[in-house]
Design a protein around this ligand. Structure first.
Ligand code: AMP
Length: 114
């Protein structure tokens, strides 16, 4: 989508600190980190959120989860524990309308989340 900021990052029209990339997805540092490690994992294909995904996307969604774990390992937070979060819609606080998985770690995580 031409006006989507994460599509622009995926297309390298906007710079980001990329920590992982393959044919299907990209992982980059969050601009406003909420933990010592805060990386966003996005599909290169535009999906607005998890609610926009269909049965056709099952493999892609599984791949994104595998990449979250890979990023956590590379960032050194796999052993101590990490959290993966995705927001859909206004009440969940989604601010960028391109599916993204937050990988958070490097500090204790509270539960329930706010
Ligand atoms: P959400 O509120 O779940 O939609 O999360 C959007 C996330 O994208 C926030 O954590 C923002 O800090 C992050 N963000 C927005 N723009 C950028 C950008 N250009 N580069 C990296 N992270 C971004």
């Amino acid at each position: 989508m031409s006006d989507c900021i994460f599509c622009k990052i995926a297309n390298k029209e906007i710079s980001a600190t990329i920590v992982y990339e393959d044919d299907l997805c990209l992982a980059f540092e969050d601009l406003n980190p909420q933990a010592p490690v805060h990386v966003l994992v996005i599909p290169k294909q535009h999906l607005t959120s998890l609610a926009d995904a269909s049965e056709e996307d099952v493999e892609l969604l599984g791949h994104l989860c595998r990449v979250c774990d890979k990023v956590a390992a590379e960032k050194g937070i796999k052993e101590d524990g990490y959290r993966v979060v995705t927001n859909h819609g206004e009440k969940a606080g989604q601010s960028v309308l391109h599916l993204h998985l937050h990988v958070l770690g490097g500090r204790p995580m509270n539960w329930p989340p706010g």
